[in-house]
Every structure is written in structure tokens, then in C-alpha cells.
Design a protein around this ligand. Structure first.
Ligand code: AMP
Ligand code: MG
Length: 313
């Protein structure tokens, strides 16, 4: 799909301070040289992302974490040893070299080591850590294919590496080690249960957007333009309503269109299909979308987090 030459020329774009959209196992990222504040500023401009929403810095080797953060506590060390490369980001006190714009002025930086071979090769060839949020306009549905990225930015973004659909489909799990107790800031591709098996009980952040210690946990996010309701209600008569469910729905009466996220009811498969399904429904000119709640276990936490933010007023 993507040749090594294409990745090499994308890496050159990064080194020169430009932007590249690239696949990761979670969602497509919009990347820039994390150590170049001007390059990173372009990410915020292109996305229309507020400057108080910090980015995740992507590296290829766990050792590189040391060059970005002051100190790695034992619990963080254990966690990255277990889940890197993979959909886990750790938040730790940043070093000087990380520009303030990356962390939205916070003293802490989020770092992740992606598993996707194209992401890894891009970072390796660029020779610098890559700061990247999801490659979508601020608050919109995250992209899980290169076409989603093209649809968002059209000619405003020329460098897009097409690695096919993302395998995980929801963003990384973000765990902060800034306080004494490891804290879950965002549920994601690695489940809280999996993390707790390695480091014990996690504190679950309240996700208060007005609390400056954890920006990015905005109440409205991941949202289609069509109104979305998270409910078990029947569709209101006289309206064109879409239905999104985990498995086969009990009743489809009155719905104009149905998206089943996983025929066999797998939360993992549902996570991988979530954002693409949201986009398909969004493209149908519906009056509104009803998303059915999914069980809050495993990847269900991440799915429910995205759905409740998509549904937020
Ligand atoms: P995105 O890449 O669009 O999924 O956004 C990255 C998200 O990671 C942010 O919106 C935050 O939720 C989280 N994050 C990144 N850096 C930090 C940080 N320094 N402190 C707390 N959360 C962070
Ligand atoms: Mg995002």
C-alpha cells in the first residue's frame, strides 16, 4: 500500500517542519516534529484545535521515553514494558526539550509508542519524536481510514500515508503518573482491567473539562454533525432516524437505517468499526442517530466514553 520511499519522503516533510497524516493502530494521526514548536503550531491551526488541548508524542522505543520526561516511576515502567508498542499513552513530567505548545502549557507530557509498522517507520526515518492528535477537525469523528482524513482536510493537507483501516479503531488509553496514584485520564485501546492486572487499582479521573489538570477531556467530542442520542428509546415517529447497536438489535421498527457494530457482539470488533459507522450514518441526512449503550466492560468503557461525548450537547 505504502512504499518505503513514500514513508521516507513523508519523514523528510516532518524533518522540514511540515505535517503528515499517518496510520496508527488506534486512529490516523496528524503528525509534526514534536521538538519544533512552529511545526506543532500548524497542527492546532489545521485542526482548529484549542491551544489548551495537549497532544500525544509518539516514539518507537521505550528507551526514548527517558529523553522526553524527567523521571519514570516503577509503575509506569511496568506498564510500558507490558503494553508498548501499543495503544497506551503515559503522562509524566516533561523535560525542557518538549515545547509548551505540545503539552498545552502543562508541566506533563503524554507519550506513546505505536505498534503500527508505518507509524514506526515514519518516526524512525524522521529521527525525531512525532507529536500527533487524531487527524480530524477539532471535535469531529476520529478518522480510521486515509479517506476519512482526505474528506476532512481536502487540499489543505497534501501528505497522507494510506495504511488501510485502523485495527483498534479507538484512541489510546491515557494513564497519568503525575500523582501518587496512577490515574486513567481516557479509556482506550488497552482496557482498565488489563492495566490493573499489571499495576493494581487505577484511579478513574472524573473527566471534568473545567479542571485544568486534565484538558482534552472535553464533554463534546467525537461528534457527528447529525445529533446523536445515547438511549434505549424507540425512534420518534415522522423522523428519519438511524440506529447504531453493538450486536443484532431486538427491534428495528421505525428506524431508517441500522449500523450493527459487530454481528457477533464483540466489543473489540465494535471499537474498530465505531467511527466509520458513525460517519456512514452522518452522511445519510438523518434527523438524528440513536446509539444503544454497550456493556461497560473491557473496550466497552472506551466505546461508551466516545458515544457519551458524541451525544453531549
Ligand atoms: P487525541 O490525540 O486527539 O486523541 O488527543 C490527545 C489526548 O490525550 C488529549 O485530548 C488528552 O485527553 C490526552 N493528553 C495528551 N497530553 C496530555 C497531558 N499532558 N495531560 C493530560 N492528558 C493529556
Ligand atoms: Mg482527537
Amino acid at each position: 500500500m505504502v512504499t518505503d520511499e513514500e514513508i521516507a519522503s513523508a519523514a523528510e516533510v516532518i524533518r522540514r517542519g511540515g505535517l503528515v497524516a499517518f496510520p496508527t493502530e488506534t486512529v490516523y494521526g496528524l503528525g509534526a516534529n514534536a521538538l519544533d514548536a512552529d511545526a506543532v503550531a500548524q497542527i492546532f491551526e489545521l485542526k482548529g484545535r484549542p491551544r489548551f488541548d495537549p497532544l500525544i508524542v509518539h516514539i518507537t522505543r521505550a528507551e526514548d521515553l527517558e529523553s522526553l520526561v524527567e523521571d519514570v516511576p516503577a509503575a509506569a515502567r511496568k506498564l510500558v514494558a507490558k503494553f508498548w508498542p501499543g495503544p497506551l499513552s503515559v503522562v509524566l513530567p516533561k523535560r525542557e526539550c518538549v515545547p509548551d505548545i505540545v503539552t498545552a502549557g502543562l508541566a506533563n507530557v503524554a507519550v506513546r509508542c505505536p505498534a503500527h509498522p508505518i507509524a514506526r517507520r515514519l518516526i524512525e526515518l524522521a529521527g525525531v519524536p512525532i507529536a500527533a492528535p487524531s487527524a480530524n477537525v477539532f471535535c469531529a469523528v476520529s478518522p480510521t481510514t486515509a479517506q476519512h482524513v482526505r474528506d476532512q482536510f481536502a487540499e489543505r493537507l497534501t501528505h497522507i500515508l494510506d495504511g488501510g483501516p485502523c485495527q483498534v479503531g479507538v484512541e489510546s488509553t491515557v494513564v497519568s503518573f503525575v500523582d501518587d496514584v496512577p490515574t486513567l485520564l481516557r479509556p482506550g485501546g488497552v482496557t482498565a482491567e488489563e492495566i490493573e492486572q499489571v499495576i493494581g487499582t487505577l484511579r478513574i479521573s472524573e473527566g471534568d473539562a473545567s479542571q485544568p489538570a486534565s484538558p482534552g477531556q472535553l464533554p463534546k467530542h467525537y461528534a457527528p454533525t447529525t445529533p446523536l442520542e445515547l438511549s434505549t428509546d424507540a425512534p420518534r415517529p415522522g423522523l428519519r432516524v438511524g440506529l447504531m447497536t453493538l450486536g443484532k438489535p431486538e427491534s428495528v421498527e421505525g428506524f431508517a437505517v441500522i449500523e450493527v457494530l459487530s454481528q457477533r457482539g464483540s466489543l473489540r470488533e465494535a471499537a474498530a468499526n465505531l467511527f466509520a459507522a458513525m460517519r456512514r450514518l452522518d452522511a445519510m441526512g438523518l434527523d438524528y442517530i440513536v446509539a444503544r449503550p454497550v456493556p461497560e466492560e473491557g473496550l466497552g468503557h472506551a466505546i461508551m466514553d466516545r458515544l457519551s461525548r458524541a451525544a453531549a450537547k
